[in-house]
Design a protein around this ligand. Structure first.
Ligand SMILES: Nc1ncnc2c1ncn2[C@@H]1O[C@H](COP(=O)(O)OP(=O)(O)OP(=O)(O)O)[C@@H](O)[C@H]1O
Length: 263
């Protein structure tokens, strides 16, 4: 499952000394992180430590108060609006609650980024959206359904289809398996792993799901106290002496996940 280790790994995201806050105490304070091309990076940390804030900052939705963030080798925050748009076109995002437009069907939701960036005929737009819908394992009849008519698992898949609309090089997933039953979560992990394998994108995944960390993540970064407190393989995490990481990776849930990952 793990991506092959390359001698010279290309960095897709490089964050240095990142500071983010919203007026009160800084949420992120001097955070460094690298994400390498082709890997699935799992971002973990206690609730409220700023995992989602970090993801939102990288994609330009939260204010960067200090430090730098390079995406695809460019300092995103230094770019003009047009160049930013060109960079943003290369990533897809699955937000925590799916963030589908409730008044649009699944197909129309998938077409939103296509309409924004591509000039395609209605027929081609439909064909491309149906392709993405099939890619994430949804049946064709899901295309004309509204988000309110979908199960939690279908919403995740529809959101993933929208994230993949423009064939991204980088996919951000914010707690993709949260709210899914264990079987649905396992299937979604498998889907992400298969798509990553076949389409070759890089995945930045915020997650609390120990099964996901064991089964699909090549590396893990743990956020705490405004920084990345540990990063590396699951073995590195298991060997960490940090109290939170110890509790997280050696607790009863972790032992169960480790057991099932070995089956
Ligand atoms: N737009 C905002 N304005 C003010 N505070 C915010 C904003 N967005 C996030 N925060 C605060 O930043 C902190 C980190 O939030 P974040 O959602 O990143 O946590 P998280 O690590 O992803 O947590 P969880 O695992 O529970 O999803 C929280 O205290 C949150 O209230």
């Amino acid at each position: 499952m793990a991506a092959p280790v390359r001698a010279n790994r290309e960095t897709v995201i490089s964050a240095r000394g990142v500071k983010v806050g919203f007026g009160g105490p800084l949420i992120l304070n001097g955070l460094d992180l690298d994400v390498y091309r082709g890997e699935v990076l799992g971002v973990v940390g206690a609730s409220g430590t700023g995992k989602s804030v970090l993801m939102r900052t990288i994609i330009g939705l939260a204010p960067l108060l200090g430090g730098t963030i390079e995406v695809f080798g460019e300092d995103y925050f230094e770019l003009d609006a047009r160049r930013r748009q060109e960079i943003a076109r290369r990533w897809g995002v699955l937000f925590q609650q799916g963030a589908l437009f409730s008044s649009l069907t699944v197909k129309q939701n998938v077409q939103v980024p296509m309409r924004e960036y591509l000039e395609l005929s209605p027929r081609l737009l439909d064909e491309m959206a149906m392709l993405k819908i099939a890619l994430v394992g949804l049946k064709p009849d899901a295309a004309d359904k509204f988000p309110s008519e979908l199960s939690g698992g279908m919403i995740k898949r529809a959101s993933l289809a929208r994230a993949l609309a423009l064939d991204p090089d980088l996919v951000f997933l914010d707690e993709p398996t949260a709210g899914l039953d264990p079987i649905g979560a396992g299937e979604f992990d498998e889907l992400i792993a298969t798509l990553r394998q076949t389409l070759g994108f890089t995945v930045y995944m915020v997650t609390h799901d120990l099964d996901s960390l064991h089964t699909i993540c090549d590396r893990i970064a743990a956020v705490g106290g405004g920084r990345v407190i540990a990063e590396g393989t699951m073995e590195t995490m298991l060997a960490s002496h940090d109290p939170w990481l110890q509790a997280y990776f050696h607790g009863p849930r972790a032992r169960a996940a480790l057991g099932s990952a070995k089956d």
